[in-house]
Design a binder for this molecule. Structure first.
Ligand code: NAG
Ligand code: NAG
Ligand code: NAG
Ligand code: NAG
Ligand code: NAG
Ligand code: NAG
Ligand code: NAG
Ligand code: NAG
Ligand code: NAG
Length: 548
């Protein structure tokens, strides 16, 4: 704990982000909501917490398994998932399916949420002696919809960043790059998944450089970012004493959803230092300012006849165009032990620290200049931690006792608490407001942003809620930001969306508006901004019969 308090005195080593940072700073009203502790009670005896996933709409998915008494690296071949929604409603998925031994011993199974109420369990299975990756598509009612072959065991499956856009299979090629396969969402009746297309990330072919490694990350507007690390090949060259040789180069390239051609790789970092290695640890979206990647550099420093090796961590920031912003060392106080550094949607950064001899986790919040603002910890009684990144809430689960799991939610300090009701700090207000009763004849809805915006390519959609969690809501209208129909007002902050005549024609009905990420971009940097998740911006048409 003492280490954490030292952070408060930490020198400001972060570069001051002059024009970059700052729509968050303006309203410094710091809120400190309360921690929430609740208990989940598992109805099936013997099931143990295995892992959790969080969804941006606030659902906690708890994966429960039966231990294999004979081998702790294995589990019994069944799948149980509990979904705790924001409203507190719990869905129990108990799959009546026995997975093959290859999937459970050792555990070679995972799952990803798909669109609507679909989930795909991803597991390893042998077919005629050849191990492959398979996907079992199931729904919230524990029904099996389809089983699909996903590819080689070494390929990996990730969501596309947007559940309603399907998922991606990545096939890595040694020293050459990777092929991405864009797979559709399951067909609503047959569960069939089709490949929309594939794309290739090809390592730039640079004379005297060899490809060392790559790292991929989700883009908020759907799609994948790809970072390549290239190293100067000393063997093939005579000019090794040239002090101007760039020994290491990092490029980034982006593959946006709906396009199959990655952007031309941009050089974001290069160094003349003969480092031992360059490794990417993580890349996260920095709200309205591009991406932040954490990169570690391993260097051997030789002083006369002494040499020592040190590893330093840096944050590499770039825009979604690939334009470089900064490369700065992360102070040693932060980077010691196993740590994780991520950008927070409500401003500033979260540093999480993990230890090898305990499950405890310490965390701290830093402002945009790297100054310590607050912190806390999950003690050793917590065996699992995770985060709802959209609303900045950490989650810890205590050691299971019998069938009970105690879950603690710790809301993180928000440097800016604007737009909390929309789960989006760049949204100031909307018309209609949340929970307003509207006249079904309104001809537009508006969104007022906290910063000047421009329209972009993603959609805004209005759904009529049907109140049945097992049925999709009814789409009433969808418009893309760049369809001439949407406009930005003269203040540059307010977006006007026309309403089709039929959209709200149901009296006494509830609606929600979903805004996709990248519906608008910031005017200052042309960076995609976050949208609004489902069941957040909700309102109803009034019951006309009351008035007439
Ligand atoms: C902060 O909140 C207080 C009370 O809610 C309010 O009076 C004050 O004006 C707010 N300050 C800013 C800068 O928003
Ligand atoms: C964040 O989301 C979780 C999950 O929906 C919810 O339980 C929690 O109360 C939210 N926290 C805040 C501060 O809104
Ligand atoms: C599980 O599936 C098998 C065969 O598919 C069926 O015979 C059995 O009744 C099912 N069990 C339950 C509890 O649904
Ligand atoms: C740094 O590189 C050296 C030389 O390649 C290696 O021996 C050492 O294990 C590396 N250190 C870390 C922490 O990766
Ligand atoms: C270099 O090594 C020699 C012998 O090992 C030692 O006497 C000398 O002090 C060392 N020099 C430095 C600068 O460490
Ligand atoms: C974990 O190890 C560190 C030293 O590496 C020690 O200071 C600390 O007390 C240990 N914690 C526990 C819970 O054993
Ligand atoms: C917007 O919606 C239309 C119609 O549903 C769809 O075809 C299109 O792919 C969507 N655009 C994006 C960027 O999601
Ligand atoms: C809105 O943006 C345009 C284009 O950047 C600019 O010319 C205009 O002055 C801005 N209007 C306001 C009210 O800031
Ligand atoms: C309006 O909708 C609510 C909820 O669906 C329902 O309970 C109520 O009876 C409806 N009122 C009328 C007058 O239809």
């Amino acid at each position: 704990m003492l280490k954490m308090f030292n952070l408060a005195k930490m020198l400001i080593i972060f570069m001051y982000l002059t024009s970059i940072c700052c729509f968050f700073i303006s309203s410094q009203n710091v809120s400190s909501p309360q921690d929430i502790l609740y208990t989940y009670e598992e109805p099936i005896d013997g099931l143990k917490l295995h892992d959790t996933h969080t969804l941006s709409k606030g659902t906690l998915m708890i994966w429960m398994t039966f231990d294999d008494d004979k081998d702790p690296s294995c589990m019994l071949p069944y799948f149980y998932l509990r979904l705790i929604e924001r409203t507190g409603r719990i869905t129990y998925i108990n799959l009546n399916y026995t997975f093959p031994p290859e999937a459970v011993c050792p555990i070679s199974m995972d799952f990803i949420p798909l669109n609507y109420n679909y989930i795909m369990v991803i597991y390893v299975k042998s077919n005629n002696g050849v191990k492959g990756k398979y996907g079992l598509i199931i729904n919230y009612e524990s029904e099996i919809i389809n089983e699909i072959y996903l590819g080689n065991v070494n390929d990996y499956i990730i969501d596309s960043g947007r559940l309603e856009k399907g998922f991606i299979r990545i096939e890595e090629h040694d020293k050459k790059g990777a092929t991405l396969h864009w797979l559709s969402i399951p067909d609503i009746t047959t569960g069939k998944v089709v490949e929309h297309g594939s794309s290739e990330f090809i390592v730039p072919n640079q004379l005297s450089y060899t490809f060392v490694n790559s790292f991929n990350f989700n883009l908020i507007d759907g799609g994948i970012g790809y970072a390549y690390i290239l190293k100067y090949d000393e063997m093939g060259s005579l000019a090794t004493n040239d002090p101007n040789i760039q020994y290491w180069k990092i490029y980034v390239s982006f593959l946006r959803e709906g396009t199959y051609l990655p952007t031309t790789p941009s050089l974001v970092y290069q160094t003349t230092t003969k480092l031992n290695s360059v490794v990417f640890n993580s890349c996260t979206y920095n709200n309205g300012v591009g991406y932040i990647c954490i990169v570690s550099l391993n260097n051997t420093i030789t002083n006369r006849n002494e040499s020592r090796t040190e590893v330093n961590y840096y944050r590499l920031d770039f825009l979604t165009t690939g334009a470089f912003i900064q490369f700065d060392m992360i102070p040693k106080e932060i980077s010691m032990d196993v740590f994780d550094f991520s950008s927070l949607i409500y401003g500033g950064f979260l540093v999480r620290k993990y230890y090898t001899n305990t499950t405890a986790m310490d965390f701290s919040i830093l402002d945009n200049n790297g100054n310590y603002k607050s912190g806390g910890s999950f003690g050793p009684e917590f065996v699992h931690t995770n985060m709802f990144s959209r609303n900045g809430t950490l989650l810890g689960i205590k050691k299971q006792i019998g069938n009970k799991l105690e879950i603690l939610l710790k809301p993180l300090l928000r440097l800016n608490n604007q737009g909390a009701e929309y789960d989006n700090p760049v949204i100031e207000s909307t018309k209609p407001a949340i929970h307003e009763f509207i006249d079904s004849s309104i001809n537009e809805i508006t969104i007022k942003y906290a910063i000047p915006v421009r329209l972009s390519t993603a959609n805004i959609s209005i759904f009529q809620l049907n109140g049945d969690p097992y049925k999709p809501n009814l789409l009433r209208q969808t418009i893309s930001g760049n369809s001439k129909l949407c406009t930005v007002g003269s203040d540059n902050h307010t977006v006007h969306i026309p309403i089709f005549r039929s959209s709200f024609n149901q009296p006494n009905a509830s609606y929600h508006v979903i805004i996709d990420n990248n519906f608008v971009i910031s005017q200052e940097r042309n960076e995609p901004l976050l949208g609004i998740n489902e069941e957040t911006w909700m309102f109803s048409t009034s019951n006309i019969y009351i008035f007439f």
